[in-house]
Write a protein that binds this ligand. Sequence first.
Ligand code: 0X9
Ligand code: ZN
Length: 432
Amino acid sequence: MRALLLLFFLMNLDKLLKRGHCTETRDQILTITPKTQEQVDILRNISSHYETALWQPVSSHYIKEETEVHLFVPANSSATVKDLLQKHAVTHAVLLANANELIEMQTMNSTTDPRSGSTFYERYHSLDDIYHWINKTRQDNPDTVEAILIGSSYEKRPLYALKLSLNNSMNKKAMWIDCGIHAREWIAPAFCLWFVQYALSFYKLNQEITDIMDNMDVYILPVMNPDGYHYTWATNRMWRKNRSVSKSSKCIGVDLNRNFDANWCTEGASHEPCTEIYCGAFPESEPESQAVANFLRSHKDSVQLYLSMHSYSQMLLFPYSCTLDEAENHNDLLEMVQEAAQLIRRHYRNIYKYGSGSKTIYLAPGGSDDWAYNLGIKYSFTFELQDRGRYGFLLPPSHISRACNEALIAVKTIALKVIKKTQASKSPVQAD
Ligand code: 0X9
Ligand code: ZN
């Protein structure tokens, strides 16, 4: 009997150790809903003073009573964080028990793995792979795809936007799509690649994309924050900002979506470089936001639609996020996202919230969508792609196809509506 018990103990030693309080070997995501102001304060304290990463909300400032918090807790902080929660009677549940495994799943098969059964577009790709893909896409489609160097990142990586021009008609208008402003939101660059592939493959086969491409060129920036994206592959999967070094602090990175000149650094952004919502030293202080702003300024007469892809939380947002005021064409914008959300619901039975940014999530000034809107691009949107928190930033590769197809429905619906509205508003040709 003793021998049996000893055998059982030895066989499960590994599991027992893993479960042991001080020997957690896995990074986890906890979900916690603070019930009192005291619990809010404890969570704020934990998330800003211990080695953790807030997934939701983006900054400890937004933690409030009765609102779910998603917190990434690396293995080495697990015991401390859980002890603190327990000490203050804050209940938590484990949302993802083994983040390391998910991260590993996302980073293997970056290049072609014939065994995996998934296509190139159903996997996440390293920055190097994406640069190769840009080059190959351009070479394979010399008449329709151009790679435009719009600037370079803080660490001097090139920022290439692809221009898709599938029809040579005169005075064509354009839309802009950027992906990956925030480094850890990997589904966003995956969407940009997905969109290009879809447009090139289904032009003349699918009526909607044909109508869109006949009326618009598409400028698409697959990775707006290449330094941050590279850093999420190499060092810290949870990184959000770019990688610029601050003069005044040892903390690195600016939130590029707080760095545009739209009520810059007012409520909802921070002057503190160590926060996730650091707005930078001044508007457009960062080469990445400056490159996008310069490009759009010089193409503002043709670009009618601005789209920026983020994750997660499934939302279709439009200006303003930098003020509670309504945009002048609020009802138009609302109607567009409402229809897009309805179609997603019908086709995929998935719920997307929609509305102006400030009223749907929070006040967040300095964003690219508000800035583009104020520049005169009156159809300006930010999409928050899948999911709603089950996997958060660690959306498994097997979900890429659905997440992108959903977003594609929304892009197509909105683009077609923009084309219709702008054509209808053109002054009618005068008949004698
Ligand atoms: O806070 C953001 O920048 C976006 N959410 S995220 O979780 N992806 O970080 C929302 C952006 C909405 N638009 C503006 N704030 N302008
Ligand atoms: Zn984002």
